[in-house]
Design a protein around this ligand. Structure first.
Ligand code: NAP
Ligand code: ZN
Ligand code: ZN
Length: 346
């Protein structure tokens, strides 16, 4: 077994603290990565606090992982020692169901094996990227270009792909008005990617202080959701909304901003289920949809697209002992725009 250092939440809502554990030896198809950086996703907070139910403790969160390959199994063909690689939100899946065969492992009929807070095929808990080493099957690892600053690449493994995938699925681009609700980790990637694909981007935010940043990120318009005049001005105008809000809110408030046949895509996962009024959907044939991260093939495409277009996440690099404060700041919407842990601080 491989000894690993990490940070774990011992129980729900208890602060994270240093934690030692072991990972499996590198098998014939496995790759071992020495983790350089791991992004901090709001899903880490939901799960550490058991807000979705069923959390497994102790929990080592983290699914925005980048680092250097230090060892490969003797059957590995796609990766070499010394290369830079990434791991996202899942580390395995059934590999046989229609979703897996279509490269949509995140929708695996049997259930993808989550990078942390999941169980591997032997039933053991999985531990994530707030740690110095990870061992993953080569089919669930991504190639990472050395062209881009690595700390800014880490969040692409979740925030990047989670916003890229619906933009691709709904073919968002030139001629579309795209609303991005919530300017956090996912939101700021939705702005960068949406703008780079040619959409006219409007950020809808509770934080007036983020207006200048939104424009720097590529947004064309900014709406403070507490100002009824600003909200009224965009009513019935948007083709798509990507909704990244992590907390309880009214979907109806945003649905009425869509034009005829407009679609709001939920990527944020508030713990409580809000109600949706039928009238808000039927009056303009609007659609409410959802999207979960992205498959391995699409994640690789997204990483290659970002390398080609010079797109990374705007990050605040932190030491791992700052993680509990980082969580508190994220809950207040105070992150510009992704915390990334420098694993050298472990
Ligand atoms: P984040 O960085 O904390 O950003 C969330 C943003 O939502 C905040 O910056 C804030 O933006 C807004 N917000 C927060 N509380 C709010 C409230 N009470 N009312 C209105 N707006 C509020 O979080 P994230 O990492 O981007 O994750 C966002 C959500 O997506 C989480 O629920 C996460 O679990 C989920 N997620 C889903 C997937 C998927 O596959 N679908 C993948 C990753 C994450 P403003 O300050 O601009 O208002
Ligand atoms: Zn995530
Ligand atoms: Zn499957």
């Amino acid at each position: 077994m491989i000894p690993v250092k990490g940070y774990a939440a011992p129980e729900a809502k208890i602060p994270l603290a240093p934690f030692k554990f072991e990972r499996r030896e590198v098998g014939p198809h496995d790759v071992q990565i020495e983790i350089a950086y791991c992004g901090v996703c709001h899903s880490d907070i939901h799960q550490v606090r058991d807000e979705w139910g069923g959390s497994i403790f102790p929990m080592v969160p983290g699914h925005e992982i980048v680092g250097k390959i230090t060892k490969v199994g003797d059957q590995v063909t796609k990766f070499k020692v010394g290369e830079t690689a990434g791991v996202g939100c899942f580390v395995d899946s059934c590999r046989h169901c229609p979703s897996c065969l279509a490269g949509l492992e995140q929708y695996c009929d049997v259930g993808m094996i989550a990078t942390y807070n999941g169980r591997d095929k032997e039933g053991n808990p999985t531990y994530g990227g707030y740690s110095n080493q990870v061992v993953v099957d080569e089919n669930y690892i991504l190639h990472v270009s050395d062209k881009l600053p690595l700390a800014g690449v880490a969040p692409l493994l979740c925030a990047g792909i989670t916003t890229y995938s619906p933009l691709m699925e709904w073919k968002v681009g030139k001629g579309h008005k795209l609303g991005v609700v919530g300017l956090g980790g996912l939101g700021h990637m939705a702005v960068k990617l949406g703008a780079s694909l040619g959409a006219e981007v409007t950020v809808l935010s509770t934080s007036a202080s983020k207006k200048a940043d939104a424009e720097k990120l590529g947004a064309h318009h900014f709406v403070v959701t507490s100002d009824p005049e600003q909200v009224k001005a965009v009513q019935g105008t948007l083709d798509f909304i990507i909704n990244t809000i992590s907390a309880q809110h009214e979907y109806d408030f945003f649905m009425q901003l869509l034009k005829l046949d407009g679609t709001m895509i939920l990527v944020g996962v508030p713990p409580e289920a809000p109600k949706v009024t039928a009238f808000n959907l039927i009056m303009k044939r609007r659609r409410l949809a959802g999207s979960l991260i992205g498959g391995i093939k699409e994640t690789q495409e997204m990483l290659d697209y970002c390398a080609e277009h010079g797109i990374t996440s705007d990050v605040e690099v932190i030491n791992i002992d700052y993680i509990n404060e980082a969580y508190e700041r994220m809950i207040k919407g105070d992150v510009r725009y992704r915390f990334v842990i420098d694993m050298a601080s472990l």
